[in-house]
Every structure is written in structure tokens, then in C-alpha cells.
Design a protein around this ligand. Sequence first.
Ligand code: ADP
Length: 545
Amino acid sequence: MLGLMQNQPLLISTLITFAERNHGDGEIVSRRVEGDIHRYTYRDLARRARQLANVLDGMGLQFSDRVASLAWNGYRHMEMYFGVSGSGRVLHTVNPRLHPDQIAWIVNHAEDQVLCFDMTFLPIVQAVHAKCPTVKKWVALCDADRLPADSGIPGLTSYEDWIGGAPGEYDWPTFDENSASSMCYTSGTTGNPKAALYSHRSTTLHAYAAALPDVMCLSARDSVLPVVPMFHVNAWGIPYSAALTGCKVVFPGPALDGKSVYELIEAEGVTFAAGVPTVWQMLLNHVQAAGLKFSTLGRTVIGGSACPPAMITAFQDGYGVSVLHAWGMTEMSPLGTLCTLKNKHLRMGRDEQMHILQKQGRAIYGVEMKIVGADGKEQPWDGKAYGDLLVRGPWILERYYKGESPLVKDEHGVGWFPTGDVATIDADGYMQITDRSKDVIKSGGEWISSIDIENIAMAHPAVAMAACVGMPHPKWDERPIVVVARRPGAEVTREELLAFYEGKTAKWQIPDDVVFVDAIPLGATGKMLKTRLREQLAGYKLPGL
Ligand code: ADP
């Protein structure tokens, strides 16, 4: 017997329709590429998303055709999130930090028909447009009077001209909730990038989950700053969860330096912000150096790479801002786990709580996890046994766009997505990443977690960033070294830093050497790029070899 409830598809258009109806005057504030601050409301956003949908219909774009963006976090980008997907097309958010050759490759692979870009990225578009034959229309996300006279890009139109004349009325189509809604290519540090193709259903379910109290805890009372880019995994789903809750949204545009982010937080009463550790480090440096405080910011989600415990304490103890450590992947829409305490932890002392809060956290309902050994056997949830982390759920990838299914089958024939991460899970379900499997350091048959080694170095006041890599060793297989970028003006010697490890980790896990560099190479999503670091270290020899 089937239930007798209404069967309405979960469609992205319903999110913006809901926001317009229930939070019509809810504010959306954006720092624009032009440098000024733009403000409007969900009502304006919904109308302009409908104008955009009309324009796409007018171009004859078919259901599931791809429309690309090359853009910062801003209101026009958010209009694309709803106008493109809501009208049945697929929004392809392109990461502008990728190499132009890679951008051309993914635009061709996705067969994008339209590409809308912020003027910051005009040079990229000038470099790639001739190599992208599928793109019929290039649109600059700017006012008409900002369009350069001689861009060299055929038919270039400003977004305002493009949608300006279109009607603001539009009937959002109804279709299968499993239809594709948006796509994002993984950073592809090795080989060609692969795309995750999200659906209306997966996106809507993820938006619900992301708003939960033990996840981002979003409400109509929040003012939310997604610093995490809209060009990478839909800014962790925040634009959708925002429409679902009616929170105020504050977009930082291109200005991601500590000063600009801080000013926006204060000016717009931001209560909640989300970003990767490297960006939050810039914010912390700024507030620390200038002796500032946050007057409204209460919590921040930090994820995308391991958040050093020193950063969690700095926010919490120095500024009263709770850090929620999160873990996820492009292939997971991206949220998998988030770290918040349980009721029974509230009576614990600060140190014990910190011990928990530095983990990557508990699975969100909708994400099943397990860890397996090399033999594929499931490992116990005891906080000690580690294994390859596998996940499954309705917002986790089944197969890559035009590609293979990476899923591995268990003994019951059930498919799991292999995350490529190595982790432990404790009896309370808290997962902790040891490493990416390719970064784990194997020393004398034992594993050393590069994240643990980095976290210790990052707790040293002179260290701005630290990366631990394994170096070949004839006896031990590999030994860890730590590559360190010092804070400007700060001093620490190799010997001092090695001594700093004493008592903080087992002796055999202490790095064999410290290599000082000006900067650690970062990838397209702000993560440390260990592949490039290893290239830079070519020819390096461990001391004594
Ligand atoms: P890409 O794989 O393209 O670099 P993703 O954003 O999908 O981009 O990266 C996902 C990976 O990032 C995870 O598999 C994990 O290794 C790492 N990661 C994400 N969040 C965390 C975290 N909180 N702690 C440690 N590693 C993390």
C-alpha cells in the first residue's frame, strides 16, 4: 500500500518561490567586482531569476543544456543558481583558479552553451573563447556601461542588457526531481578533472540537511556570509539553504582578504560565516594584528581541509566564535560530517571538549559512513582503528558525468563511494581524518598522520602554514618532514620547531627535518597542493642520508 500524501517533486525553483513568498524583503547584500556594495531582496532575486529563465527559453536552450558561470560570490551568480536550474538547465560553476587550458577542457567536456563571467575573469575568457566552440553566448556579469568596447569576444553582452528587457513573470516548469541541476568539476590535482552532476532532489535534500541545528543551524534570524566560493560545490549549498530558511545573505565578491571580510562581517551584522582554513587564517591575522573584536559573529563552519586546533581555540577563546569543523567532498554535494557536541559532553571540561571539536565530526542524517581495512573488512568504531572511509547517501555521487562509477561493492552488493580519505570513527560516531590516503606517511610499517604533524606546527606562534610530507628513507620506507611558511616578521629556527614537538607526539613521529619556504603552494580551492610541494622538493635529501 502506498502512502496517500501529495507527491511533489523536490525542485530548486520551489526554494526561490518559497523565499520570495515568505521572506520577500529578506536582504541579499553583495560586494561587487566594481568595489561598491549592492543590496536587494529575495523578491528582487526571484524576479530577476525569472527574467534569466525567460532569456534562456528565448535562446532555444533545451532541457538539461549547460550554462556556465565563471564568477565570484554575488547576487548575479545566485540568480543563475535559481534561473538556470529552475528552468530545467544545468548550471556549470567553473573554478576560475584552474589553469585556462583546464577551463577550456571542462567547458568543452560539459558542452556549455552559455558562459557568464565576472569582469575579473575577462583575460581568462579572452584566452579560451576561441577554443570553446560549444559556447554560443558570452555574457559579462556587469552593467551595460562597464562592457569593454573591444573585448575581442564575439557577441559579448552585459548581463544587465541580456536579461533587462525580459519579462519578470515565468511559470517554473515541473519535471522529475532526479533531473540534473548543476555540476562541479573536482580540482583534478592529477589527470583531467571529473564532474559531479547534482540533481534537484540531491540539492534540495542537502539544503534541508545543511540547515539543521547540528549542521549550519541556519534560520531567518541569521545573517550569513559564504566566503566559500560559489564556484566550488555550490558554496557548500548555502545559497539553497538560505532560500529555504530566509536568512540574510552577505556575499564577499572578490575581496577575500582579512580586512575586507572583517568589515563586511561588522557592517552587515554577520552571525554565521563559512570558509576554508586558509581564508580564516587571513581573517584571524587581521583581527589579531589590529586588536579587533567581532560584535555579531557567533559561529563559523570551517572545512575543505583540516582545521588546525589552534585556529579553533583562537576563534573560541579569543573572540567567542564557535568553530564547527566540517568535512565533505565535491562528490558529496559536499557535506558529510560536522562537529558539534552532544548533550553528554556539555558537562566535560574545556580540554576534553576540544579533543572532540577538533575531529571532523558526526555524520549528517543522509550520509552513511564506514571505514574498511585493506582487505575490505569493516573496522570497529573505537576511535583507534583506521581505514579507508566509504560513504553512501542520496546526495553522494553514483557516477561521474560521462565517466565511470567509482563505487565499490560490499559483501551485500551495496555500492559505497570511496572518499580517498583515511579515518577513525569513535563509539559516538565522531569521524577523524588521518590523511588523504595518498598523503599518509608510512614509516617502519606504521602510519603517521600528516594532519597531526601539521597541527602541532600550526600551534607555534611563528608558523603561518605547515605541510607535512613523507620523504623516501632506505630503512624506514618514509620519514616525515615539515615544510613551514613563517608569519611575516616572525622567527623560529629548525631546532626550536623540532623541540616544540617534544611531548606533543610519539618520538618516532617527530619530523626528521624542517624546511622553510616563503609560501606553501595552494590549489584552486585554497588547499595545500602537496603534489606541487613534492615537485618543489625534488632533489631534497633527509639529513644524514
Ligand atoms: P578536491 O578533491 O577536488 O580537492 P574537494 O573539495 O572535493 O576537492 O576535496 C575533498 C577532500 O578534502 C576530502 O576528501 C578531504 O581529503 C579533504 N577535506 C575536506 N574537509 C576536510 C577536513 N575538515 N579535514 C580534513 N580534510 C578535509
